[in-house]
Write a protein of this length. Sequence first.
Length: 259
Amino acid sequence: DALRAQLASSKLVGAPAAPPKQEVTGPLAPFTWTDAPFTWTDGTKLGPKGPAEEVGVWLRDKWEVVAGASPEECGLLGGEGMEAQGGPPDRFAQLQQLEDAAKPELEVVRVSGLHCAFALVFWVHQTAVDFRPNLSLTAAGQKGSSMSEDLFGHMVKAANLAQQICRDVRNLAFSEFGRKHHAMKDTSVFARKTAEELRQHAAALKEYVNGVMADSIGQARAEHDGGQWDHGTASVSAIVHCPSFGLLALPLGRSTWSA
């Protein structure tokens, strides 16, 4: 990056004009996937080795086919009053609450259940791989919440909501409701299969995010006590309250979470 900056500013090398930024369109807008070599560090990340990278690879590989899928065949996203008529719960209201809480980072598409859930998991993944909570022992567990706790809560709630929407997409009764009352088509086999895979990846992301948060709190405890935190071997048992989410449990050096 430093070398390219030097070359660009050199009188001997003409700096090419930057191409105009293209407007992102399609069912997954405003999100986009960028994996060109020279934009990788500023573009979309796959995440560190392990579960985060596995989710990232899956999202990357599914991006084009999901973006190209017809919203009419990707499941009805529940709105106000639908549940009382036999349709899915009001996911629009839940999405709005989440977006309001996470402003301005989160803006989710609503063209179909699958596209919405996919965008939610994509946001959680990209946020999670950059998540570096900085907690102190005095901050964790007190009334009020830190920015790290808030972001942690938003990610877990987004993953939970994505899982719920994935179940809606797989629900055949909701598919029939959408076809009869909202000009949808029968939810495709592709959409239902992808929704189930997406639901599992959302669960993996929740576990990953919780592990990152748990390590941060464990490190804070260790520093407070004058010791060291070893995520793999430390015998630490603590229950920490995150006001924006619920309880974060750290039993015997392993990170788990419970609402």
